[in-house]
Design a protein around this ligand. Sequence first.
Ligand code: ATP
Ligand code: MG
Length: 493
Amino acid sequence: MAEEKLPNWLKNRAHLSPDRPAIEFEGHTYSFLELYTLSEKMAGRLSSIGLGAGDSCAVLLRNHIDGVVVIHALFHLGVKIVMLNNKLTAKELSWQIGDSKTAYLVSEGSFSGKLAEIGEILPDLKLHLMEELPDEGTAGILQEFYLEDTATIMYTSGTTGNPKGVIQTFGNHWWSAVGSVLNLGLHEEDSWYCAVPIFHISGLSILMKNVIYGMKVVLAERFDEREANRSIQENGVTIISVVTAMLNRMVQDMKGTSYPKTFRCFLLGGGPAPVHLLEVCKEKGIPVYQTYGMTETSSQIVTLAPEYSMTKIGSAGKPLFPSQLRIEKDGTMCEPGEVGEIVVSGPNVTKGYFNRMDATQQAITDGWLYTGDLGYLDEEGFLYVLDRRSDLIISGGENVYPAEIENVLSTHPDVFEAGVTGTEDEKWGQVPLAFVVLHQGAELGESELLEYCREYLASYKIPRNVIFCKELPRNGASKLLRRELKKEMGEWQ
Ligand code: ATP
Ligand code: MG
């Protein structure tokens, strides 16, 4: 069978709907034709530094129209893109660039400090600022994308260990976009707000939908709750992708106002969703669809369908149409309600980690990806995600999920955020320890907070201690690093 291919996405989109709005950025709207023209020119400039089909190139970009242009330009040239997280340190970035074996880095002047350090660590790296690329140069633009070809290599957040370079093919991105739209549908007036980073799959997947659907995207350089709310209330945004902290801030900022009927939903993903926040949204009539996904699934793979958003609160939903899901424990399928590892498959699932045969073989068997996350299905097949297997605390033989305790702690009005991890205990094997950041000015004591926990949690889930601290350790994707909690305990006590 001939290899499957599709016409070059942005080029095709510019051909089919040249005048439709593609990206709105800082008040200016670029049509698909304009976006294509910019990316074609950029492809020429990038080819003049030697980039061409089969190469790979790392990019360190902001959420900016120029970043979007560079991404499409590299696709036009047939260059695999290593998407770097711009919040990482120069050391972390250099490690990823080295690991991905790429010879090129394209970035921009605003990262000059980091770039200088990277240049010192990797003296052979061909480092270019996009604003200083030569102005001449024309390039042959790929007319077709082969679905089997690697489009991007994206490192996982590194929440549980060293980041791994996930290979994402054009087919993975295509099927992710298709799976999402088969669930959410596409409305003519749809406009998707992207304040999540475009170097992360949450943001990049919006850029893929942008050209595949021909749908407008409003791109924000950084997240600001007032600006995001204004875009929904006054600027016609219909869908917005958020993580819990963003949703929380937007809901607090609403102060009695509401969203127009044209607003379709918050797509909430990236980590555990506190049930109390979902309930607040339900009371206020704010549509929130929980999603579950990861870098390895090229964005969401499980999403709560619109009609269940209010009745199946707390569930991440069912797999998107092209994907499948099962729960396994010790090699056998779990019964409904029984907790096991979440295992997924589908055309959006990665074929593996770059240059990491061991990790690939460990994670993928017969096309099924073992996610390392624990969860269960209810009788109707709805998924409930509990926590990462590696964060599970086993106390006196009982399973304790840190996310459940964090959820309860964070419902206390004085608590700003909470992190829970296990610590050794002679009697119980392990017991939970809580790390809590209070709201400014709050004066809450340990015993009072533990008393509060007793109202909501069984005794074996009650943290042995509460350690109050100024902030919690987070990685470049703002995810809580539970394994670092105890490490820093000394400094906080
Ligand atoms: P690493 O794999 O390097 O440790 P990471 O898993 O945090 O990093 P991502 O791919 O960005 O990197 O995150 C995906 C993970 O986020 C999932 O495997 C899961 O643990 C968590 N997650 C995503 N959606 C949800 C959800 N709805 N509920 C609970 N956890 C979620
Ligand atoms: Mg992971």
